[in-house]
Design a protein around this ligand. Structure first.
Ligand code: GBH
Length: 443
């Protein structure tokens, strides 16, 4: 059950979910501050005002990473901490905070992997992702970060999970800013999202030191063939291209699929001259956030595949959407590799919520999370053993944190956080992950 030597084990977090200090040192509100402070939007009206207070406790958090033995840490920058007006003049205190975090990591030999945008869009941007100017603003922010952090930071992710800051935010309205717009507007917002990614890739390339690597972190829909036969495997590949047409497919092919444009008809996005070229900018790696499988079989429909409904008994973790299908991680890697042949892949997130309890002895025996991870690691190892270019894995998450609309009601950490005191306690899963890393094997 060994992994290749050099396999990069890591942990992931995101700024608004862990930092707190929402109004400190010049940071201005993001759309998630506004949204979470709006009645009825998050569980019990919870906000990221304090969260894990990692803004003040980052040294402690880096120490947790060190104790795990991880070689890499994926975390995000809060755009409005760096640029309180979203564009224009940077906020030195905000920049200094991230320099301190990077210092702390490098000092103990942990490689920083920085996400530029993990949903906390500056409120200062008029129209948010409805405006094309937001894509350009993100590229300017990316250019500044590349100039000031590259060299010390060698890996950047542009965006995290297109579907979450587009569809979930502007179509179903569960996420900030909580709008419910029509298809044509949503498709345009999706386009602005992938355009922001593409322009940011170009901005990073133009401003970063040589050797800087750029990619994105995308929760592509993952299609698992119901049975490993040629026809179902092929069906899963078709589904992967079409099911991700507005996002990962557009980014890796530099075009929207004919079928997507046909299905959207008059609601298709309005595309300007060099947009698709920017969107399709070559990447150094692709990052995949992997949680839940979709099962697919071949059929005779025009698309050639059908996505199957899930029986009510399908097992899940503590979040109702988090169906357990560990082979999802293998097929995420294999489908993307076979279709687009990326140079390198990372699993940029994988992990689960569990109904953690603290025992009398003060322990958190999250055997279900260990079960979840262990089974996913078997399939991750299969992908590595078969030679797909999978370089590393970031566990979501280092800490229990602000789980967006679910507030603090869902715990994804391998460290338990007492949100009253901020105290961190390693769970059984942290102990287990440390052992995996030490032995570079599924244990
Ligand atoms: C990731 O999203 C995020 O990148 C990360 O910030 C987050 O904390 C983590 O996963 C755990 O959720 O409530 O039925 O409408 C994962 C993809 C997409 C899963 C939105 C939850 C909401 C489903 N997420 N989805 S529902």
């Amino acid at each position: 059950m060994q992994f290749p030597s050099n396999f990069l084990w890591g942990c992931a977090t995101a700024a608004y979910q862990i930092e707190g200090a929402a109004n400190e040192d010049g940071r201005t509100p993001s759309i998630w501050d506004t949204f979470s402070h709006t009645a009825g939007k998050t569980f019990h009206g919870e906000t990221g005002d304090v969260a894990d207070d990692s803004y003040h406790r980052y040294k402690e958090d880096v120490k947790l990473l060190k104790d795990l033995g991880v070689k890499a840490y994926r975390f995000s920058f809060s755009w409005s901490r760096v640029f309180p007006d979203a564009i224009g003049k940077p906020n030195q205190k905000g920049v200094d905070y991230y320099q301190r975090v990077v210092d702390e990591l490098l000092q103990i030999g942990i490689e920083p992997y920085v996400t530029l945008f993990h949903w906390d869009l500056p409120q200062a941007l008029p129209g948010g992702w409805q405006s094309r100017d937001t894509s350009k603003a993100m590229a300017d922010y990316a250019a500044y970060i590349a100039k000031n952090f590259s060299g010390r930071v060698k890996h950047f992710f542009t965006t995290n999970e297109f579907v979450c800051f587009t569809d979930l935010s502007y179509k179903s309205g569960q996420f900030a800013p909580g709008l419910k717009l029509a298809d044509a507007e949503v498709n345009q917002i999706r386009h602005h999202g992938v355009l922001a990614h593409g322009l940011s890739v170009q901005a990073i390339r133009a401003n970063a030191q040589a050797g800087t690597q750029v990619g994105l972190a995308e929760n592509a829909a993952v299609y698992v063939p119901v049975i490993e036969t040629k026809e179902h495997i092929e069906a899963a590949r078709h589904a992967t291209r079409e099911g991700n047409a507005p996002f990962l497919t557009a980014v890796l092919e530099g075009k929207y699929t004919d079928r997507y444009l046909e299905k959207q008809g008059k609601n298709a996005p309005k595309v300007q001259a060099s947009d698709m070229e920017a969107i399709g900018s070559p990447l150094d790696f692709v990052g995949l956030n992997v949680y839940t499988p979709e099962y697919v079989r071949a059929d005779t429909s025009r698309d050639g595949y059908a996505v199957l409904p899930r029986p009510a008994s399908f097992p899940r973790m503590a979040s109702p959407w988090l169906y357990i299908g560990p082979e999802v991680i293998y097929w995420a890697i294999r489908n993307v590799s076979e279709i687009w042949k990326p140079k390198e892949l990372y699993i940029t997130e994988n992990g689960c919520s569990s109904d953690d309890v603290v025992t009398k002895a003060g322990r958190i025996e999250d055997t279900d999370r260990v079960m979840y991870l262990r089974n996913h690691f078997m399939h991750l190892r299969r992908a590595a053993a078969e030679g797909y270019p999978i370089k590393g894995y970031f566990l979501w998450s280092l800490l229990d944190n602000f789980e967006w609309a679910d507030g603090y009601s869902k715990r994804f950490g391998i460290h338990y956080v007492d949100f009253k005191t901020g105290k961190r306690t390693p769970k059984l899963s942290a102990e287990w992950y440390r052992e995996v890393i030490a032995r570079n094997a599924v244990v």
